[in-house]
Design a protein around this ligand. Structure first.
Ligand SMILES: Cc1cc2nc3c(=O)[nH]c(=O)nc-3n(C[C@H](O)[C@H](O)[C@H](O)COP(=O)(O)OP(=O)(O)OC[C@H]3O[C@@H](n4cnc5c(N)ncnc54)[C@H](O)[C@@H]3O)c2cc1C
Length: 442
């Protein structure tokens, strides 16, 4: 049974064997990512404890090198596999944890606190199990579709649960499709026993690292629309699959989001992750399915805040115990950061707990507002942290400059970039469904 006390903080974790003891006594206790730890369910506490332990002791120490080399965090994935985190959203009936939306985003945020790239790529992997699991359970299917879906998902879940396999999720193509404004340009032609895929996916996180690429494409038939979107798992070793281009970006460097090319790739029918047409239904009826990206940024915001407090208290491990907390400017700055952090956390938790099928208009608008706020506030909290901690914050020996760069990437991610959130919020607030203006008003 998990204990009622919050997970042990980095401040009280033992030093690695042989490492010199830090000069300062570390007394700051980084809080639970959930704020009020006591309201969490036993499963949430248990999963958060696993994520916090791995994050503190394994992911945080590796994060700088992963960032510097822009390489995929394979070791972190081995640790998550061993700890069972790769099956977090696989339903319990199939051997997973059966984590719901709220539980998953709390865990993702805790991981993001220690390594943004690991949290963001975990999101791509987990999305497949969540969409085919709890989300698909809420959607309308014919009895035949439901029976076939059970067969298909059992096949994919055993890969994850027994085989420890990793999935990715590729929407982006450089056109309007990833923003949800046009059918995907990658096409899947029905052929005997499966589909033949042709297409190109850009910014494909886990390119070369995932075992299976989750490819969003359009069923190749005359007059196909966005309703004909298809979600297929593509074995990375299949003939016709290649990864091209380099990867040397500003931030989130460990995601290794290179380009995937698909040329006449035959994919067996069992690799269809959802029945034909179901993705479009999910996107309309379960919009929180796209909001699994932003918890990473909640975690980065918390990480930047934790670091700032430790730094001002002179409690950063392996640094001289110089205190800066007595200066009033620092106290005001940290107070401003705390205000922004708590606003961000409040909207994060409220949105996580509101996720459901067929949400009301207010919940949909709140979702866009939350997604926007998480991504933008994370970068702003990192900016405040760099300004407050001063020149040393720029050094690559400390994590702040990486958090600052990583946090900038959130707002760029389709389908809901910061711009597109604002665009939709404005329009959907001022127009009810089907409303248009008279020509002379335009
Ligand atoms: C670190 C990182 C990891 C990523 N991983 C993945 C991944 O695993 N899978 C995946 O599919 N994608 C991934 N992406 C890609 C991401 O979701 C976007 O597709 C990509 O960043 C957009 O690139 P772009 O600027 O060329 O897009 P563009 O399509 O040129 O869009 C540029 C901007 O214009 C705006 N815009 C775009 N379309 C419209 C429109 N129709 N109407 C109004 N405004 C619009 C948006 O604000 C957008 O930010 C990742 C991106 C990053 C930064």
């Amino acid at each position: 049974m998990p204990s009622e006390s919050p997970p042990r903080s980095p401040a009280t974790a033992p030093s690695p064997a042989g490492a010199p003891e830090p000069a300062a006594v570390r007394r700051y206790q980084p809080p639970s990512i959930a704020g009020d730890y006591l309201v969490l369910t036993p499963k949430q506490k248990q999963l958060l404890a696993i994520a916090a332990e791995l994050g503190r002791n394994k992911f945080a120490p590796r994060a700088a090198q992963i960032d510097r080399d822009a390489v995929f965090p394979f070791e972190n994935y081995a640790d998550m596999r061993a700890a069972g985190l790769l099956k977090i959203c696989v339903p319990e009936a199939y051997g997973g944890w059966g984590a719901d939306f709220e539980t998953y985003v709390l865990v993702a945020a805790e991981i993001g606190r220690h390594c943004g790239s690991t949290a963001l790529t975990l999101n791509m992997h987990v999305g497949t199990a969540m969409w085919t699991g709890a989300i698909a359970d809420d959607l309308a299917m014919t009895p035949d579709q439901r029976a076939s879906h059970e067969l298909h998902r059992a096949f994919h879940y055993q890969r994850i649960v027994q085989g420890g396999k990793v999935y990715s999720q590729s929407f982006s193509e450089g056109g309007a499709a990833a923003a949800g404004k046009a059918p995907f340009g990658s096409l899947a032609k029905p052929v005997a026993g499966g589909y033949l895929i042709n297409g190109k996916k850009i910014f494909a996180s886990l390119a070369g690292a995932a075992d299976y690429y989750g490819i969003l494409c359009t069923l190749d038939k005359p007059g196909a629309t966005m309703r004909d979107s298809l979600y297929l798992a593509v074995d990375k070793n299949l003939p016709g699959v290649s990864v091209v281009g380099d990867w040397d970006p500003l931030g989130m460097r460990g995601t290794v989001s290179r380009t995937i090319l698909l040329k006449d790739v035959f994919v067996p029918e069992i690799e269809r992750l959802m029945p034909e047409g179901l993705y479009a239904q999910a996107a309309t009826r379960w919009p929180h399915m796209f909001a699994t990206l932003s918890p990473t940024y909640m975690g980065i915001a918390q990480g930047a805040y934790d670091f700032t407090v430790q730094y001002l208290r002179g409690e950063v491990p392996h640094m001289p115990p110089v205190k800066r907390r007595m200066y009033q400017t620092k106290q005001i700055a940290v107070a401003e950061m705390k205000v922004k952090l708590e606003v961000t956390r409040a909207i994060f938790l409220q949105n996580a707990r509101a996720a459901r099928v067929d949400p009301s208009k207010e919940i949909r608008l709140g979702l866009l507002a939350a997604h926007y706020t998480l991504m933008e506030n994370a970068n702003d909290i990192c900016r405040m942290a760099v300004r407050t901690c001063g020149g040393q914050a720029m050094l690559k020996s400390l994590p702040l400059e990486r958090m600052y760069r990583d946090s900038r990437c959130g707002s760029l991610m389709l389908p809901w970039t910061a711009e597109l959130c604002i665009d939709r919020l404005g329009r959907e607030t001022l127009y009810e469904a089907g409303e248009q203006d008279e020509p002379d008003v335009l």
